[in-house]
Design a protein around this ligand. Structure first.
Ligand code: IPE
Ligand code: IPE
Ligand code: MG
Length: 241
């Protein structure tokens, strides 16, 4: 489909890329092989969403809780992330033509310095792009994000630059990793799980949720279309009537 096939497109779509491990297990492969396939799906759906005209899309790649997985699996995911970052840097001209701004949501301090450097470069070289905002959540946890915002505001208050009555939802939003980006309109979770797993809790206060049993490596453009078609039929009330 193309963007004009839809009557209304969400401004911000969030995707929990789940089911790589089960996909691999079904095929007698290692979990890391599931992540390799999942990374291909990420590239495919990211590109498709941009072509449709989705302005903001956020992919959940690695949570703060995912460190509890076996070291080999974590290392495999980080290696894939490194490959993607190198590719993004090699394709800078192409991505700039498409107007893609890449951002990473999460606590970078726990990521290896080599990857961190690549992340900073990718962010810096795309920061003036405005057509598509592609966010990748890595070492992301929503509770940690909100805690960080509260700490930053307390610091400001302690230094006398902020009083309690200055604290508004907008001010809190502006201290999150998604600062300046619109709230999530549509949250997609494949793999049959129906939970939020510490992802964008604040930002999805009024998001529409769409679930699918498809495992992430099998997720196609058609599944994405299905989510968008379901979204445009929803009646969003935001507390009104
Ligand atoms: C999602 O797939 C990828 C990450 C969480 C990094 P999973 O690895 O969680 O796959 P399942 O849920 O075990 O199938
Ligand atoms: C959520 O998936 C995190 C990512 C997709 C990166 P998980 O597989 O970690 O979530 P749970 O453990 O099933 O809630
Ligand atoms: Mg999972």
């Amino acid at each position: 489909m193309t963007g004009s096939d839809f009557t209304i497109l969400p401004r911000h779509v969030a995707v929990i890329m789940d089911g790589n491990g089960r996909w691999a297990k079904q095929r007698g492969l290692s979990r890391s092989e599931g992540h390799i396939e999942g990374a291909k799906t990420f590239r495919k759906i990211g590109e498709y969403a941009g072509n449709l005209g989705i302005q903001h899309i956020t992919f959940y790649a690695f949570s703060t809780e995912n460190w509890s997985r076996p070291e080999a699996e974590v290392n495999g995911i980080m290696a894939l992330f490194g490959e993607y970052l190198n590719e993004a840097l090699n394709r800078l001209d192409e991505n700039r033509k498409k107007g893609i701004r890449l951002r990473f949501l999460g606590d970078k301090s726990a990521i290896s310095p080599a990857l961190r450097e690549l992340m900073d470069s990718v962010e810096k070289y795309t920061e003036d792009m405005t057509k598509v905002n592609l966010n990748i959540a890595v070492n992301y946890g929503s509770q940690q994000e909100i805690t960080g915002a509260v700490k930053a505001l307390c610091e400001k208050a302690k230094n006398g630059g902020l009083s309690p009555e200055d604290i508004t939802p907008e001010l809190i939003s502006s201290h999150l990793y998604t600062s300046g980006q619109p709230p999530v309109d549509l949250m997609i979770r494949p793999s049959g799980e129906q939970r939020i797993s510490n992802f964008l809790l604040w930002q999805s206060a009024y998001a529409e949720f769409w679930y699918s049993d498809v495992l992430w490596p099998d997720f196609t453009e058609k599944d994405f279309d299905e989510a968008l078609l379901a979204y445009q039929k929803r009646n969003r009330r935001f507390g009104g009537i």
